[in-house]
Each structure stands twice: as C-alpha cells, then as structure tokens.
Design a protein around this ligand. Structure first.
Ligand code: FA5
Length: 349
C-alpha cells in the first residue's frame, strides 16, 4: 500500500471514530463503539494497523508516527465520551447528602468499679489523704509478719492464700525474699508506706486483692479494697469514726444524715478492732445497717515493726470492700455480674 493511501485511511478512521464517540448516548452504545474501533482482535484500528506491513521500509517511520497519533486520538475520543456519560447519569455517581444526621459512634465508659474507686479517691483526697499504690505480688513480711500475723496464724494457711512458691520456715523477715503470694489485703501498703516514711502519715490505697474464696453473690476470688491509714500524735478512735462518717456521708449521703456504728471485732494488726457499719436505707425505704469493712487502732507491734515509737504516735487504719460499696450504691445483688463483662449490664452505670 502506498503511504498516501495509508494516511488517507487513517484520517478517515479518525474522523469516523470521533463522530461515532460523539454520537453515543448510553453505556451500551459506548461499549459497542469501543469494540468497533479499539477492539483488540477485530477493531478498525487493528485492521488499519495491518496495512503498516505493506508500506515500504523508507515510509514506515512516517506511517507509524501517524498511526500512533490516530490511535491516541481515538482513545481520547472514547475517554471523553465515557466521562460525558458518567457525569450525565446521576444514579451512577456516589452522592453524599451532607444534611443527613451522622451514624452515632458507640462510646464505652468506665467500669462501675473504676468509677467507685475514682470517687473514693476524690472524697478522701478532700479529707487530706494521699492515694498510694502497692504491689499485687507481695512477700510474707508485708502481707503477714509485719502486720502481726505470726507463722502459726490460720490466715497464712496455703488454702487461704494464692502462694506463688512454697511457704517458708522460719518466718520471713523485713526485706527477705519470697515466698511470694498475691496480696490478700491492701493492709500490706500500710507497712510499705510506714517503712519508707516518717510520721505523720495520711494515706489511702486502693487496689486488687486475691483470696481463694468460692465465688458467690457477695464473694469473688479477686476483689478490691480501699485501705486508709492515719498515724500522728494523739490519734484516737473518735478520729477514725469522724473520717469514716464524713467519707460515707460524701459517698452515699446526699440529703440524708449518715451514721457509723462500730462492732467489736479482731484483726491482728489493730487493737482495738472493729467492724464498721453504716446506716442504710434500701430501695424500699427500709432502714438498716450495712457492713463496710474492718478498722481499728494500729497495733503497737505493727508500729514497732516499721520502726515507729508507739509511745510517740498512734494511728488508725481501715479496710473496706470496694465491690460491696459499689453494689450497695447501684443496688447490684450479685458481685459476679461486675466481672462477666456483659455490656448490657455494664452500660447501665
Ligand atoms: C481485711 O481485709 C482487713 N485488712 C481490713 C482492715 C484494714 C482491718 C485495716 C483493720 C484495719 P476483711 O477480711 O474483713 O478485712 O475484708 C474487708 C472487706 O473486704 C470485707 O468487709 C468485705 O467487704 C470485703 N471482702 C472480703 N472478702 C471478699 C470477697 N471474697 N469478695 C468481695 N469482697 C470481699
């Protein structure tokens, strides 16, 4: 084929394609036109390309160049038609109605026990008590020995504690290594603080404690306690009662006057020791007493164990169950519900 003929064929193909793509009115016609002109096997461009083989070698560069120009032209006519059709059919475009309300995101909130702990810290902070932390893995010195709980005491029984090693004989001494156990009470923090601080001391400590108790409506093998300790000159049981009353009044009181009742009890690390009850009105309005935990005046033996002089200073300590307080506040009747992670339950608080 002569070069002139080849170029003329290309020109008329370009013309034809441009007209055809301009004329398509829907996507089906567009696709038909695409196959007609740009189809890989039998498209018109492909047919014309075959003519390239019959021009003379000297004419080939000019023929090839024009072929590529026409090919680009046909392809851009196709792209233009495609863009025209997609912008003309609104249903094919993604539409965003910015006036529609957004999808609400599910936001979590604090666990009821965390809420209780935070408000306890806040109330006790206002009464001048600083919150301190202690380790959950303890040695026997801090969990028992320094708290005046001797080796023969039933509270040290391996069946009553989560030991992490074999119990040791003779008894542990200050700073001696293991055997370790998961602390069974936050009273351990009293010792840690007094060992490292000179009186006066005014602290609270809140955290997890562990006991191999069978889980039931009011017991769980892991629970939380709030420990309070005040050591200074001339501290008395009256101070203990005032602080606990103010704490309970702030936490539960609202409009009501809160009363605190002490019942005689025994703890190795306090003398005298008491169980603390608070007056309480249940959901039906019936008045009663609710047990908060244990308390007492720090035993002189404990003061001596940490290097304090019991002739110089006295102190009170208390330990309350955080779960019990939280349950009373919200009317929760089974402690296990707090730890089943059922969002339908937890989201109520
Ligand atoms: C003590 O643990 C003492 N350390 C409290 C104390 C501190 C006395 C300072 C004197 C001075 P007790 O074993 O009674 O005491 O526990 C205190 C509170 O923890 C109980 O009143 C109860 O509210 C809570 N408690 C005890 N065992 C469990 C359990 N298994 N599950 C949930 N709460 C519990």
């Amino acid at each position: 084929m002569a070069l002139a003929d080849f170029l003329a064929t290309l020109d008329s193909l370009a013309q034809e394609a441009e007209t055809a793509f301009l004329a398509v009115g829907d996507v089906v016609a567009l696709e038909n036109a695409r196959v007609d002109f740009l189809g890989a096997k039998a498209g018109k461009l492909r047919q014309v390309q075959k003519g390239l083989g019959s021009v003379t070698p000297a004419e080939k560069p000019a023929a090839g160049m024009r072929f590529n120009e026409v090919k680009n032209l046909v392809e851009s006519a196709f792209a233009t038609a495609q863009a025209r059709l997609s912008s003309a059919t609104p249903e094919s475009r993604e539409s965003v109605d910015v006036t529609l309300p957004g999808k609400p995101r599910r936001v979590g909130h604090l666990h009821p026990i965390t809420q209780t702990i935070r408000s306890m810290k806040e109330i006790m902070g206002r009464l001048g008590f600083t919150a301190v932390e202690g380790p959950e893995i303890e040695d026997e010195w801090h969990n028992f020995e320094a708290l005046n709980i001797p080796l023969v005491h039933p509270a040290r029984d391996p069946l009553e504690n989560f030991y992490l090693g074999v119990a040791k004989d003779p008894p542990a001494e200050a700073g001696s290594p293991g055997p370790f156990l998961l602390r069974s009470q936050t009273s351990t923090v009293q010792i840690r603080v007094m060992e490292s601080t000179l009186p006066p001391v005014r602290i609270i400590s809140l955290g997890r404690v562990y006991r191999p108790d069978t889980a039931d409506a009011t017991h769980y093998p892991m629970f939380h306690q709030i420990e309070g300790l005040l050591v200074d000159r001339g501290v008395t049981m009256a101070d203990l009662k005032s602080v606990l009353r103010m704490f309970c009044q702030s936490y539960f009181g609202g409009e009501d006057e809160v009363h605190i009742r002490f019942r005689p009890s025994f703890f190795p690390f306090t003398e005298p020791s008491v169980e603390v009850d608070m007056n309480w009105r249940d959901a039906q309005g019936n008045a009663g007493w609710m047990e908060m935990g244990g308390a007492g005046m720090v035993d002189p033996n404990v003061l001596r164990a940490v290097g304090y002089d019991p002739e110089e200073v006295t102190g009170f300590a208390f330990g309350l169950g955080v779960e019990r307080v939280c349950m009373r506040q919200h009317g929760i009747t089974d402690i296990r519900a707090l730890y089943q992670n059922d969002v339908r339950f937890l989201e109520q608080f």
